[in-house]
Design a binder for this molecule. Sequence first.
Ligand code: HEM
Length: 122
Amino acid sequence: MTLFEQMGGTPVLNKTVTLFYQNVVTDPKISHLFPEDITPVMEKQAQFLTQFLGGPPLYTSVHGHPRMRARHLPFEITRERADAWLSCMRRALEQTVPDASLRDSILERLSSSAYFFVNTEG
Ligand code: HEM
């Protein structure tokens, strides 16, 4: 069973993404990186995370190959900002995924990507 299925599929994933961006837009360390209209980013993130966690390839079917690290190069991503991103996600998951070990598995997968996207020291 995929992580996407284990967490409860589309409704739980979409709820998590909504809560995540509520955290992001109020996070003092990363909110300034994001556009004022967060809706398009939220939609792409929901598509991407669906496929990233083993669900259907929604992102690729609309936007092509993810090339996620390259897509993040225009933004200065430090280790501290990766930590802040992950903290926004952890707090969202705490509200949507009651099983702590499932939550940890999801966060572990996301951590590798988040630190891989770090492109700036400091
Ligand atoms: C490490 C900390 C991270 C920061 C600071 C960050 C920041 C950003 C920013 C500023 C955008 C662009 C918003 C815009 O369109 O103007 C973006 C887009 C996006 N990010 Fe991140 N991000 C991080 C990590 C991640 C991770 C770990 C993932 C998923 C594994 C992810 C997935 C996405 C997706 C799917 C988009 C939309 C891409 C598109 O435009 O097609 N990000 N991120």
